[in-house]
Write a protein that binds this ligand. Structure first.
Ligand SMILES: Nc1ncnc2c1ncn2[C@@H]1O[C@H](COP(=O)(O)OP(=O)(O)OP(=O)(O)O)[C@@H](O)[C@H]1O
Ligand SMILES: [Mg+2]
Length: 229
């Protein structure tokens, strides 16, 4: 059973035109895909649809085997908890420290601080933010915020990880390091979908690539060479 199955799906914002057209997509459990396409093509819109922040205008969507059109608000909230998301605009909580931001999904899962503290500290050090553990988001650079957002998305080892331009604000070396986090998460069994403009990184990863153009999604292209994965 696919983690995600989209069938002939359309999406629009309000009364606007369709921004996604006839989307068909299956993500198998444990798969790793990139999503590329020009600015404005619909990458973020597709990801928003997948993490249930937007509705489809028509078409069918199953997430973790559940038919989304039949899910209650509560059921959707529970499904959302199984997804780790790196938002394009980070969405950190300004009144919480770096540590607290990252620990949020663990707290939401009811895990006790003493059981996750070490993991959070280790993850922070992996993303190069060991010294920023007690800092607040407003004092961080864009790239630092992005790393906090990534750490928060992966810390609870979600079944599905969705990342929107997760390396858009960091240097190429850090981008490779962050990509390793996603690869490692994928090795542990998570299904991963990453929207990225960074063609060099996408190619180096060797993962299959989905391309979206003006709201139309092309089927995955086979990897050309293996690199990070
Ligand atoms: N909140 C919104 N309300 C109305 N239209 C929107 C909204 N967000 C995006 N759009 C429109 O949907 C289309 C797809 O935008 P989207 O943000 O999905 O593109 P993208 O591929 O993520 O681009 P980028 O690479 O610049 O992030 C664009 O035409 C955009 O203008
Ligand atoms: Mg976008």
């Amino acid at each position: 059973m696919p983690v995600l199955a989209l069938n002939d799906l359309y999406m629009r914002y309000g009364d606007g035109p369709d921004v996604l057209h006839a989307i068909n997509l299956n993500l198998a459990p444990g798969s790793f895909h990139f999503l590329t396409g020009p600015s404005g093509a619909g990458k973020s819109s597709l990801l928003k649809l997948i993490y249930l922040a937007q509705h489809s205008a028509r078409g069918r969507m199953r997430l973790f085997g559940q038919n989304i059109s039949q899910c209650s608000r509560n059921e959707k909230a529970l499904l959302r908890r199984r997804i780790g998301v790196v938002f394009q605009e980070f969405r950190l909580l300004d009144h919480l420290s770096v540590f607290e931001n990252i620990a949020l999904p663990l707290r939401a899962a009811g895990i006790k601080r003493e059981d996750y503290e070490e993991d959070v500290v280790e993850l922070l050090s992996w993303v190069g933010l060991g010294d920023a553990i007690n800092d607040f988001p407003r004092t961080l650079s864009g790239g630092e915020k992005q790393r906090v957002a990534i750490a928060r998305a992966v810390v609870a080892k979600p079944e599905l990880l969705i990342a929107d331009e997760p390396t858009g604000n960091v240097d190429p070396q850090m981008a490779i390091r962050l990509m390793r986090l996603f690869v490692e998460l994928n090795r542990l069994g998570s299904t991963v979908l990453i929207a990225s403009h960074d063609l060099q990184l996408v190619r180096a990863s060797g993962a299959p690539v989905l391309t979206i153009n003006e709201g139309h999604l092309s089927p995955p292209k086979a990897p050309r060479k293996r690199g990070l994965t």
